[in-house]
Design a protein around this ligand. Structure first.
Ligand SMILES: *Cc1c(COP(=O)(O)O)cnc(C)c1O
Length: 462
């Protein structure tokens, strides 16, 4: 028998004895293509708007499933994606809670891809399972809670929080949330078949306490029937609900408390800003997203819980993954740590980041972006042609051309997008449309902030 000819590099494995030798040149091709694509783009996002970007991408890709393979595919597609990317590492790309990931986290994620542990059974992820248990508990403790499960982000965390509420109280629970709550909360109520949520006004962007108290008094009912969702870091404005007071009102009315800290949780790392999250530890559940103020590549979400036994409702049995005799013999049962089955080890990049930077290293990044946001707010305030919504609480700055109508504000944003000059978001608050800059890039320089302000002024006049 003759040995078969070796497969071409693009058909070899990432791991095993030849993994490193196979990967090294491919990684080098990826790094080159990322760089050439970035240079070809030459700005925070590709110019020309959707039709031009789509046409360029289609041209670059060609046949997506050719009859025979193309050894240049890796370089071609990575270059095309980078050329057409909205790049959060460019300081003028500051619309969303879309962070530039840390290199150390991206490198760790490569290892997760190569080893490919799947966290649905111990025999697919022996060490990853233990790492996840260690790190989720540590992060839960940082938030003042007891344990946490890994999710794909705030959306899944909010769903799980409502599911735990529903299953723990064995009755129809009703969500009470602010008008400032993330859209995924009412959507989770819909998905779980809960009654329509009660929406409490948030006239200044945060939950109105008197209105919350009145709603809870009016709704009444047995303990745990109402689940209040408060927000620590609204998506639009980065505002934090009055958490200690919300917690008091919930305790007084026997309501369960979920805090959506998907945005604000990064403040926990900072000595300077941590106190802004006082009250977080009074929650029954807390949503945390480290792919925002934690500089992780997507996805890196967690749901922290005060009472770990509540997670028991996620338990599920599949003989091939957690047979009772295997569990009895001491194989950890992982299936109940998620509603997903196959599950990638997002915990590795998180663990590497926590250990490589330490709490103070992450805290410094948080402090830096918060300080940059304040500088941007100061620049805006100094310009007579611009209005500032208010001083930033985290790192979101809302502003608008003074005396412009909402259509003009929306058009300024779209013009900057289409020209490929800046990526700014939009938010409707206090009855008006605002431009939103979410500063998540710690390398942003004062010059970049000045450029952003000039671009907005220039496109308003145009
Ligand atoms: C981003 C965000 C979410 C949603 O999180 P995903 O990670 O996008 O699923 C939920 N709540 C708040 C407050 C957020 O900022």
């Amino acid at each position: 028998m003759s040995t078969p000819p070796p497969r071409p590099p693009q058909a070899r494995l990432a791991s095993g004895p030849d993994g490193a030798a196979t990967l090294r040149p491919l990684l080098s091709a990826v790094l080159d293509a990322l760089d050439s694509g970035r240079r070809a783009r030459g700005g925070p996002l590709p110019a020309g708007g959707p039709p031009a970007v789509a046409a360029r991408l289609r041209d670059a890709v060609g046949d997506v499933l050719p009859e025979h393979g193309d050894p240049q595919a890796l370089h071609t597609l990575v270059h095309a994606l980078a050329e057409g990317a909205a790049d959060p590492a460019d300081p003028l790309c500051a619309a969303h809670l879309h962070c530039p990931p840390l290199a150390v986290a991206a490198a760790a994620d490569l290892a997760a891809c190569v080893l490919n542990p799947s966290l649905d059974s111990w025999d697919q992820a022996p060490a990853a399972a233990e790492l996840e248990a260690l790190v989720t508990r540590a992060l839960a403790r940082l938030a003042g809670l007891a344990d946490a499960v890994v999710t794909t982000g705030g959306t899944e965390s909010n769903q799980l929080a409502l599911l735990l509420a529903r299953e723990t109280h064995e009755q129809t629970v009703r969500l009470v949330c602010g008008a400032n709550a993330h859209h995924s909360l009412p959507r989770a109520a819909w998905l779980l078949g809960l009654p329509d949520p009660v929406v409490v006004p948030a006239p200044d962007g945060t939950l109105d306490l008197a209105a919350l108290e009145e709603a809870l008094r009016g709704l009444g009912g047995p303990r745990g029937r109402l689940v209040v969702a408060a927000t620590a870091g609204t998506t639009d404005a980065g505002l934090i609900d009055p958490l200690p007071q919300v917690a008091e009102v919930c305790a007084a009315h026997g309501a369960r408390l979920h805090i959506d800290a998907a945005h604000g949780c990064g403040l926990l790392f900072s000595d300077r800003h941590r106190s802004e999250l006082a009250g977080l530890d009074a929650a029954d559940t807390v949503a945390l997203d480290l792919h925002k103020l934690g500089w992780q590549p997507l996805a890196a979400g967690l749901l922290a819980v005060r009472r770990p036994h509540e997670l028991a409702v996620l338990h599920s049995r599949a003989d091939y993954l957690n047979a009772p005799d295997d569990t009895e013999a001491g194989l950890p049962d992982l299936l109940g740590r998620s509603l997903r089955t196959s599950r990638r080890p997002d915990i590795l990049k998180i663990a590497v980041t926590l250990k490589a930077l330490g709490r103070t290293g992450l805290g410094r990044l948080v402090d830096t972006v918060c300080a940059r946001a304040r500088q941007l707010a100061d620049l805006v305030e100094a310009r007579p042609g611009l209005d500032l919504y208010g001083p930033p609480v985290i790192s979101t700055v809302l502003f608008r051309p003074a005396d412009a109508d909402d259509d003009t504000v929306a058009a300024v944003r779209r013009t900057l997008l289409t020209e490929g000059r800046a990526v700014l978001g939009r938010a409707r608050l206090a009855g008006r449309l605002w431009l939103k800059a979410t500063v998540l890039n710690p390398d942003t320089r004062p010059d970049d902030l000045a450029t952003l302000v000039k671009l907005v002024e220039g496109s308003t006049r145009a």
